[in-house]
Design a protein around this ligand. Structure first.
Ligand code: TYM
Length: 333
């Protein structure tokens, strides 16, 4: 008998260009696991409209994100790649889960607090119930693992709580998923303010490195990265957040340990270290950028990938949705 594979699922909002943080925290991990799991990865376009978007930019970034997924090694033959809004079950289950999630739980979400502070003029209901839609994304596919960066851990934990609550009422409808967070690169910090997370919505363009950016610009951003005055490459996130962040990035891109990095740059000051980290990122990004650019010239191919992806994803998602409809007491259509 064929062994049933576990399910892995994740998504990224096309609300900005892909960053080094989303690559090291999430995508890199996805690409390494296609053989072991049945994998679903999507462009979370429905989540992005919780903040105002320029429609043309959103469309362009959604397709470009798909091309980048493939360029990062997600083979569409072995991974189901789709656009969230193409599978209506996400919105349908999202509504139901709204009704099984408490106001207090949603009020405690740190992303809601930080985003409502950043967009005080537009604290809409979607921003508040965002974690219910994310729970629907995950639970529809009966995912075992959700590979994300550290900042999404709280949303994954709420997803588990919602699943357990629902299952306690109706029996085992949902698989209770686990977040899957990498050892290295789970929280990449800004290069200019290393006490803050590197983010695609960063106001300071020098703090954030984009995956598809010009190599010369990437190298320059690393040369300008904020460090400290000790001139010693040593891992100490509390007292040396800038250097420790660069060490994490270098460890994630080269696979080297902190001890090996400390030995490599002993007695050399920061110049050589910053250049080496920049070079390692440039070399990691180069093939991804070139392949993304090539794929973006073939819109027909990308369209065929997201259509096939939505069809397969829709089949799986609708199976769970039908079960949920029945459990909550909706008349079968
Ligand atoms: P998003 O779009 O903000 O980020 C996408 C992924 O990248 C990770 N990430 C980082 N990892 C390390 N360091 C950083 N500086 C960094 N910045 C971002 C995030 O942890 C995430 O894994 N709500 C999600 C999108 C989503 C989703 C889902 C994820 C919607 N539905 C279902 C998983 C499953 C979000 O806003 O991620």
């Amino acid at each position: 008998m064929m062994e049933q594979k576990g399910v892995m699922l994740s998504g990224i909002q096309p609300s900005g260009e892909l960053t080094l943080g989303s690559y090291l925290g999430a995508i890199k991990n996805w690409a390494e696991r296609a053989d072991q799991f049945d994998c679903y990865y999507f462009m979370a376009d429905m989540h992005t409209i919780t903040v105002r978007q320029n429609p043309a930019d959103l469309r362009r970034r959604t397709v470009s994100q798909l091309a980048a997924y493939i360029a990062c090694g997600l083979d569409p033959e072995r991974n189901t790649l789709f656009i969230q809004s193409h599978v209506p079950a996400h919105a349908q289950l999202g509504w139901i889960l709204d009704c099984y999630t408490m106001f207090g739980e949603l009020s405690r979400m740190t992303q809601f607090k930080s985003k409502s502070a950043a967009h005080a003029e537009n604290i809409n209901a979607g921003l508040f119930t965002y974690p219910c839609l994310m729970a629907a994304d995950i639970l529809l596919y009966q995912a075992d693992y959700v590979p994300v960066g550290e900042d999404q851990k709280q949303h994954c934990e709420l997803t588990r709580d919602i699943a357990e609550r629902f299952n306690a009422i109706y029996g085992p409808v949902f698989k209770v998923p686990e977040p899957y967070i990498p050892k290295m690169g789970a929280r990449v910090m800004s290069l200019t303010s290393p006490e803050n997370k590197m983010s695609k919505s960063d106001q300071d363009p020098n703090g954030c490195v984009y995956l598809l950016e010009d190599p010369a610009v990437i190298a320059k951003k690393f040369k300008r990265a904020v460090t400290d005055s000790e001139a010693c490459v040593r891992f100490d996130p509390v007292n040396k957040p800038g250097i420790s962040n660069l060490m994490q990035i270098y460890a994630a891109t080269t696979g080297r340990s902190f001890e090996a990095i400390e030995a490599e740059f002993a007695g050399q000051g920061y110049g050589a270290f910053k250049t080496a980290v920049g070079d390692s990122v440039v070399e990691m990004c180069r093939p991804i950028r070139e392949e993304t650019e090539r794929l973006l010239k073939d819109k027909g191919y990308l369209e065929s990938v997201y259509r096939a992806g939505a069809e397969k994803a829709g089949r799986i998602a609708n199976k769970t949705l039908r079960k949920v409809y029945k459990k909550v007491g909706f008349v079968a259509p």
